[in-house]
Ligand binder design. Sequence first.
Ligand SMILES: *Cc1c(COP(=O)(O)O)cnc(C)c1O
Length: 403
Amino acid sequence: MGEGTGTGLMAAEAASPDSQPARLPYGRQSIDEADIAAVVEVLRSDWLTCGPAVDRFEAALASACRATHAVAVSNGTAALHLAMRAAGLGPGDRVLTCANTFLASANAAEYVGATADFADIDPATRCLSLESLRAAWKNDVKAVVAVDFAGYPCVTQEMADWIHARGALVIEDACHAIGSRRDGFPVGGLPWVDMTAFSFHPVKTLTTGEGGAILTNEAKWADSCRLNRSHGMVRAPAGAGPAARPYTMEVPGYNYRLTDLQCALGLSQLRRLDAFAARRREIVARYNEAFGSWLHVRTPQAPGEVSVAWHLYALQIDFAAIGTTRAAAMDALRALGIGTQIHYYPVHLQPYYAGRYGYAPGKCPAAELWYAQTLSLPLYPALTDADVERVIGAVAQVAGPRA
Ligand SMILES: *Cc1c(COP(=O)(O)O)cnc(C)c1O
């Protein structure tokens, strides 16, 4: 090992100069003994799927979010797909989503034959804003998929009212945002939002392994999601005569069910949601304190009307101004045992969307600049204070103020 890097490593890990410290990923699940016991209990029961744990998880989720209905499904992508189906979207309809998101926010519109289109971000929130929606609006927009990037609950009542006034629905992609609040309402239960989609993938704030849910206050949308979650089957009422069909099907649905094993894990995780959110906030506060004054670096902020259960810690760094590139910074951090990620490559520039609709660079300039400058650092409840200081020290070495 070269002398220079050796010295750097020694300085960073004075406590254990001989052993490589554990590599810190950018995100990971927190599973405790209660989670394990909850899953084992289901394994010993009669119901592995379609059983009582599903109802219990849905009831607990609806209650936690103060929503009327929760429908548990196999993943967040399925939740978005079923929301598109419930909204009755199809060919000829346009669905506007955020350029700074995971693929699924847009792909769900394509599944039902609608056209996915993209609006830019507000550079302050990294999410859609009323202004960016106004700029991207077209008369055939029938729904907005508003993405709560990093957990920031971006749907204001003003934004929702504006969308509704144009005859379109508001679907909140809250896959990052369980546990966040706006104006005192938990995400999932914002009264001005039509349907909310959650993901319970292990990298998200609460996990069921794979999993997702749709939350809504409208019975007709919840019913549609339940129907389509399980093949579009309607069971014959109990006591129907022997000649009756066991079930009928009027729409070809899917198998998007979540198992009882997963729902039991979700129920157990839900009990720790407040603790998860609090620890995430604590870590973000420490990071912001450390990086807040650095030149060429912008930290994530949340104004008073929102409380953010941060899912990601995504910094904005002007790598050119500090004389490096993001790739070099990521390599250097990896060498120091710090995993990082990029959220997100603008979805309108993905080959499918660029090819199909001719979306090109310049369509969403703020999201494109954000992509060029963003870097997500490790953020999850199991990070210790010492881990957090290690991350800060490593980032200081790689992208910090030059002496
Ligand atoms: C994770 C995620 C999804 C998809 O969720 P899955 O459970 O992985 O299908 C959708 N949208 C956003 C913004 C996500 O982060």
